[in-house]
Design a protein around this ligand. Structure first.
Ligand SMILES: *[C@@H]1O[C@H](CO)[C@@H](O)[C@H](O)[C@H]1NC(C)=O
Ligand SMILES: *[C@@H]1O[C@H](CO)[C@@H](O)[C@H](O)[C@H]1NC(C)=O
Ligand SMILES: *[C@@H]1O[C@H](CO)[C@@H](O)[C@H](O)[C@H]1NC(C)=O
Length: 426
């Protein structure tokens, strides 16, 4: 269970003003509501995954074989808290959640015999988990506020869940998961726009969703972006990752629990590693007696903690080029981030034993994303001459998840979503 919690914490890595009341008037499908359609991309672990097993699947144990029949029926693989909390079932779930790097296809895929799909693509219902804690982490409060402002799921409000285990790969590298997501999101945004009087959409992301949204935008033709995206509101994503995934990486190597093994197998574990473009060469992030590691030494750090060489190569070839290429989306963009919350900034493994818990030095940030990474948004996106509109909202004393769950912060986000400033763009 500790690992489930860690997965939650590390991978994400979780009031309508008076003048808006007129939006609450009822509207019907045939009459365009006057709202700009909104498409949401939630944070990591929020998208629900369904799976089905085929004969090609080899269960890890007899217990697992007895548990779930190979009957071609779709079932909820993620997230079923009942199953994850049951020690006899969680190893079976963990085994089916693993990804394999297929050296022939040069791409990640599911374990043989496991097929997966996201639940309810197009709807926000697919990432509204039953657990209250998960609702806060997964845009539940934001969705409620948008619905109070008149938004309706499937009409004006849409969800773009994605397989959070996956990560966009460097251009030119096969990545079926991201290519499929990209095609589906193109179609969804065009549909949302067409059914709402050709109004462009407001794209809203939280945390890991920001990486998917930004890569999606940057790989879409610029004319398409300008035509279909009115505003991109990116909450709780920094321009250069954060330090905490280095700790997760170090501790995962010696953690043989099934969920930790599945986490170790997925490419999204690399996504938020601190980027050498944002964290300087003179800023040690990991300190040991013998040597320090900066964001420029992550391959050496991975070797030191005991990751196999092919993993290091995957980081260098698939993840690093994407991280180094974090750039302005060239559509009107508002970044909303919490700041002023103690955030892990340095890890100290004085004896160089990465299996031991590290000592930690805290700095500023949102509790997960370091301030350096948040401030870098202003230069990487804000200072890009092609970026015509950029706004940064920094909400002090507000954590990574509170940005989309605390009442006052949610109101900030909703105000940005409803902002009419770019209405003339059509
Ligand atoms: C979660 O797992 C339990 C036990 O296997 C099952 O009864 C329940 O239907 C599952 N929930 C979902 C949403 O699939
Ligand atoms: C590691 O960084 C710390 C803190 O910046 C510094 O005091 C120390 O001298 C560095 N150690 C090495 C081996 O470079
Ligand atoms: C490193 O720490 C772990 C956990 O405390 C311990 O079991 C192991 O023996 C240590 N390894 C060395 C080489 O000291």
């Amino acid at each position: 269970m500790a690992t489930t919690l860690q997965l939650h914490r590390l991978i994400p890595l979780l009031f309508i003003p008076f003048f808006l009341f007129h939006f609450a008037e009822p509207h019907t499908k045939s009459q365009p509501s006057g709202l700009y359609p909104v498409v949401l991309l939630p944070g990591s672990t929020c998208s629900q995954l369904e799976a089905r097993l085929t004969e090609a699947y080899t269960p890890p144990s007899l217990e697992c074989a007895a548990l779930r029949k190979v009957d071609g029926r779709w079932f909820r693989l993620w997230k079923n808290n009942t199953e994850l909390e049951d020690p006899s079932v969680s190893p079976c779930v963990a085994d089916q959640l693993r990804l394999i790097f297929d050296h022939v296809a040069d791409d990640y895929r599911n374990v043989a015999g496991v097929e997966t799909r996201v639940l309810d693509f197009g709807s926000t219902r697919g990432f509204l988990a039953d657990d209250d804690a998960d609702r806060d982490l997964c845009m539940g409060k934001l969705i409620e506020s948008l619905e109070r402002a008149g938004y309706r799921d499937g009409e004006t409000l849409f969800g773009a869940p994605y397989d959070f285990r996956q990560a966009p790969a460097a251009p030119g590298q096969p990545c079926r998961a991201f290519s499929q997501f990209q095609r589906r999101l193109w179609a969804l945004i065009e549909h949302a726009s067409r059914t709402n009087g050709n109004r462009p959409v407001v794209l809203v992301s939280h945390s890991q969703g920001g990486y998917f949204a930004l890569e999606f935008l940057n790989r879409s033709p610029i004319a398409w972006r300008r035509k279909h995206v009115k505003h991109f509101v990116m909450a709780s994503t920094g321009a250069g990752g954060f330090v905490l995934p280095m700790q997760a990486m170090a501790s995962s190597v010696s953690d043989e629990s099934p969920l930790s093994r599945s986490w170790r197998s997925v490419p999204s574990k690399f996504t938020a590693l601190p980027s050498p473009k944002v964290f300087d060469r003179d800023m040690p992030l990991v300190i040991t007696r013998g040597r320090n590691y900066t964001a420029h030494d992550i391959p050496e750090f991975m070797m030191a903690v005991g990751l196999p060489a092919f993993e290091v190569t995957l980081y260098e070839t698939r993840t690093l080029p994407v991280a180094m290429n974090f750039r302005a989306p060239v559509v009107p963009t508002t970044c909303i981030n919490g700041v002023g919350v103690p955030t892990v900034e340095k890890l100290v493994y004085w004896d160089g034993n990465f299996s031991q818990a590290s000592d930690v030095v805290y700095g500023d940030g949102d509790g997960l994303v370091n301030l350096a990474s948040i401030l870098a948004l202003d230069t990487v996106i804000g200072d890009d001459p092609r970026q015509e509109y950029y706004k940064s909202v920094k909400i002090s004393g507000t954590s990574h998840t509170k940005v989309i769950s605390d009442g006052a912060a949610v109101q900030h986000v909703v105000n940005e979503i409803l902002c009419e400033e770019f209405a003339g763009q059509e």
